[in-house]
Design a protein around this ligand. Structure first.
Ligand SMILES: [Zn+2]
Length: 271
């Protein structure tokens, strides 16, 4: 069989991708791959350490002339998802992944390839080794168990990584750089309000904000769309300065949707 990585560039990345494909590294089985990275760091003369969860950190000094650049950390996870075709005989505890090149697609023979996140591990190893690159001080962080609990990342102790900037090399699209990510958090606010009786013989007013575009709170948050709850509250704030009283307020219906509608029942100030 011909060499599946022959002619592929960058050579260093593919060399290490092929190397680590020989090392079983399913989630929670990272001992060998972590030891391999430690061994390589030593071989390259780089400072390396491991925490008690096996997460590895390697430091590479800046190349000459780049010493005053900010330190950057390149991060990937050591573990991979282990799945195989039913008819494939493969022991993920000890068998190497067999690389198969199909045109310009790299595949594995009957199993998952482990490109997630083997490509980050290989890229880091290639950068660690390459003395011809121009770069500021670098850190390489190899976390464990990303696929089944993120225990490596979540147990990372403050100070283990020095860099203020971290690039996570576990993405979907080649050539795309994400600078943020949508997340969610629910907050329940409770507070006591002082009730008062509405003045007699008065007319209450419903103030309604509607007809807004809405959208996803993560995907469309950068589009400058109106948030009905915020808009309504700005109006209410102005009215309260004029003595307005709030009788009821409602708005929005999903925590991950930009609110399109909101309404308040407002009464005048009691006499
Ligand atoms: Zn991943």
């Amino acid at each position: 069989m011909s060499n599946p990585i022959e002619g592929l560039k960058p050579e260093g990345v593919w060399k290490y991708f092929a190397e680590i494909s020989k090392i079983p590294r399913g989630s929670k089985n990272e001992k060998q791959i972590a030891a391999y990275v430690m061994r390589k760091a030593k071989e390259f003369g780089l400072e390396a350490k491991q925490d008690k969860f096996m997460t590895v950190l390697v430091r590479k000094p800046a190349s000459p002339g780049y010493e005053n650049r900010p330190m950057i950390c390149l991060q990937g996870h050591l573990d991979m998802v282990c799945e195989k075709n039913k008819d494939k005989v493969h022991d993920f505890e000890k068998d190497p992944i067999e690389l198969v090149r199909n045109g310009n697609i790299m595949m594995a023979n009957g199993t998952t390839l482990g490109a997630d996140n083997g490509i980050a591990v290989a890229t880091n190893l290639a950068i660690m080794e390459d003395k011809s690159l121009a770069h500021g001080p670098l850190e390489f962080l190899f976390t464990i168990d990303e696929e089944t609990g993120l225990t490596g990342a979540s147990n990372l102790k403050a100070g283990f990584v020095q860099s203020k900037t971290l690039m996570n090399l576990d993405s979907e699209e080649e050539g795309e750089l994400y600078v943020g990510c949508s997340g969610g958090r629910n907050t329940t606010g409770t507070w006591k309000v002082a009730f008062e009786n509405a003045p007699g013989k008065t007319t209450c007013t419903v103030i309604r904000v509607k007809g807004l575009k809405g959208g996803h709170s993560g995907l469309e948050i950068d589009k400058g769309r109106g948030n009905s709850i915020k808009i309504l509250n700005r109006v209410l704030l102005a009215l309260s300065d004029l003595g307005g009283r709030l009788a009821n307020i409602e708005g929005g219906n999903k925590s991950n949707a930009i609110p399109r509608e909101a309404e308040a029942l407002v009464s005048p100030q009691p006499n």
